[in-house]
Design a protein around this ligand. Sequence first.
Ligand SMILES: *Cc1c(COP(=O)(O)O)cnc(C)c1O
Length: 498
Amino acid sequence: MRYTSTRDKNVSVESAQAIAAGISADGGLFVPVDIPKLTLDEIAAMANLSYIERAKRILSLYLTDFTEDELDWCVSGAYGDGKFSSEEVAPLHELREGEEILELWRGPTCAFKDMALQLLPRLMTVAVKKTDGSRETVILVATSGDTGKAALEGFKDVEGTRILVFYPVDGVSPMQKLQMTTQEGSNVAVCAIEGNFDDAQTGVKTIFTDKAIGEKLNDNGMAFSSANSINWGRLVPQIVYYFSAYCDMLKKGKIKAGDKINIVVPTGNFGNILAAYYAYEMGMPVNKLICASNKNRVLTDFFETGVYDVNRDFYTTSSPSMDILISSNLERLLFIAGGCSDEFVRSMMSKLKEDGKYEIPSEVMQKISALFSSGCCDDEGTKRTIKEVFEKYDYLCDTHTAVAVEVYEKYLEASGDNTPTVIASTANPFKFSASVLEAVEPCKGDNLDEFSMVSELAKVTGACCPAQLANLRDKEVRFTGVCNRDSMEKVVFELLGI
Ligand SMILES: *Cc1c(COP(=O)(O)O)cnc(C)c1O
């Protein structure tokens, strides 16, 4: 299996190089040249496997330059040893017949990012050994909250790596902030930046592709890589859980082999839903992929009109991990839908850079619309949905998941489409206690600090706060730095001591 760049088809590398580098030198994203296919029989056969075995099966199709032993070391280390609070790793919870919640937050940091970021450091370690064994890998992360913590936890004390995380100073929840600023480990650093997630992401991308900075690192035996979902090593682990969900539905007799399902994904950077798209391209029977956004509805507008336009207000919402205007992974969908044309992607991306918008041709849009549906939901709708889901189904969901549930309800009402549906649930509700408590018991949390809010939420709902969140209360804050976008480069050098 070879990988090429969305912006230069002359690029041809193996998966180890794609993962070690993170992003292609031309600024494009690595994509597999061919998408491997599975037959219905092959998919059905996975129903009898454990999550770890399913993961090895899918990964072996993409990471063909990894040996079986290497894959086993990566996958068993990531998902074994009780690291996830469910033996199934990513279990399904039935809300009602035909509506399943896929719980992707059972990992150590209580957000779906763990699904990929428990695995990525291991993939990276093997990949660097294969490509350039001697260098130290510097992981640079821009986070809207959850990636930062999950990456810190995944990379902490991993030999041969250092990790630096930038987060928007007012753009994360108190719990998310505490999770990052109290991070343990000898190779980790965290810094707030004045600005929003897009500022952080743009800053990181700029540092990443700056030749002079790259040379300076090289002189010091270091090289950057990325743990953001622009790295193929983040995406490929995410394909697994969609197959796993399909297999679990088969196993429980909720569908028959060949039956289609809908998948609803609360979306920010377009990584999670893109993984579902890959599962579809690989042969998983899918009717609709439903892209759910919050008030930052740039993707909803894109799917409705074919115009991607970031010239708009940016909103800070109760689902902060989706407060994004530039969804990086859409580039990979454009590449495939545009007939694997690097020229097409280059022209769209240069329009985005120059005008902050682009419009894709109607024949490409038709292809996309046949599979994708979309919708958005503001903070009021999010709140109402959390309450409704709790009262109707006795299930407490977080703000991001609520956005997806609400968008699905509206889709169902408008389309009457009764296809069995999987809704990706991306965070534990206690990560966003203030918003969730306000939804189920308005005003109960007024004037309470974060941990009193957690106790109150547990009390009024009977739900239990995961220990790794509850224990943050007594942890020492290690990182208090704040910088602006222009000083990010300086901060990176300082933190690396070069
Ligand atoms: C990252 C994140 C999302 C968005 O996922 P993308 O892959 O960026 O689209 C949604 N919900 C939560 C809780 C997240 O952490």
